[in-house]
Ligand binder design. Sequence first.
Ligand code: ACM
Ligand code: ZN
Length: 514
Amino acid sequence: MKMIVAAAFAFVAVSAGALNLVPQPVSVKETGGELKFEGEIAKLAAYSVDSSIPKEGYRLSVTKDGVKVSSSDEAGRFYAEQTLAALVVTKEVPPTKKGEKKTVETSLPCVEIYDYPRYPWRGVHLDECRHFFGKETVKALLDLMAMHKLNRFHWHLTEDQGWRVDVPGYPELVKYGAVRSASVLHGKRASSGSKINADRLNGVKYGPYFYTEADLREIVDYAAKRHIQIVPEIELPGHVYAALAAYPEFACNPENLAERDPRLVWGIEKDVLCIGNDKAIKFMEDVLDWVCKVFPGDVVHIGGDECPNVRWKTCPKCQARIKAEGLGDEHGLQPWITRHFVKFLEARGKRAIGWDEYLLGDVPKSAIGMSWRERSASGAGHKLVSGAAAAERGHDVVMTPCSYCYLDYTQGLKEDPFFYIGGKVTLERCYSFDPCAGVPDGAKSHILGGQGNNWTEYTWNEYDLAWKLWPRMCALAEVFWLGEKKPGFDDFKRRIKAHRAKLVAAGVNCAPLE
Ligand code: ACM
Ligand code: ZN
């Protein structure tokens, strides 16, 4: 995926005459004829502000005389430019006499487009902890997101298997948390609970891999230029094993972390943050305080999924907290810590978002849910607060159900060289996703949108990642942009063929359609 950075905005159109836009705009009228041009098309467009156009929307007119763009905000102007780039037709003109070189002609079809998004949250998630991809791959992904009018990059930066950010004042985080002594052998499964299947490990040190504050600021800036907000995720109170490897004293049972090695296999880890330890809570506060300063967006993800409470059951500090706060039993600890951090972030002008488990118990309505489970048996078996139920309770929700949005699930291709975590999410399945399905009319305004999730237990490099992302993310991008207005899979399939060819021509390791 590294190679597409520069090429991404200079597509060679493969089928003149058919627009083949992805996502399809809300309204497109081809008016006949073309506008020939030379140079950068965005610079030739006459721009005006029109406050009646919805947020991030735009009006675009291409006639033989020129290009006009209007929008009510900068994001709308930016998306008009993305559409213009996708409309460009490049034709090779053969030489007419000996010694003459062939030339290239660029033109735009004459069109009238009116366009705006259905959902404000159109996201892509990337887990950089199980495997690390680095700055260039992230920037290439941000370029492709912009092209598909996707505007939230959910960056999963901390996990059991790796801690990927260098937080001032906590040097052990990257010393111990950003490197692990081995990984699961490529193409093998080794995730049976906490048991380490030593014969399934590769024995190869992985890391240290992490981002410095300067790296993060560089990527924040790169994303902002593409109208993408980064949503950093710092997992708590579960999925913190790499942090505990760095600071074992923040676990209920520090002796379990004596090797100071992040978790080597995948799956659900029982050693989690000790909620009875004020120093462990202060550590997370310091991390989140720094995150709030580095990431200017208004939302911070605090994880919350798959947190077993077995260690809390027998931990004297956690039991003392339960008593002091009147929390009943260990089930009361996660809602208590969630309330704490929702308020902590609010005091810094941010809203918390978390996986659906964090909505269990009495959690402030300002907390945004990210709905990933469809059955309560998933994850650590916590009761299920469905996305619809959360929205009915008054929480804003981002819908990312695993059976539509998990791009680490098998694509169902005739041939596929890559290895997946399991499940099945075909291109058609992605396209059939409706973020508002099952949500009562009165609660639909709480559905902020959706997101494609890239968990990377079995995704090792940028080629593997690109293959799993594209073209399924193209389908999700159209769902998030058009919502109920999407024209249907047959129409999408016709357009995606040409669109995929453009992606491949630009160097993206895009999977085939079937
Ligand atoms: C998740 O897939 N555990 C959010
Ligand atoms: Zn404890």
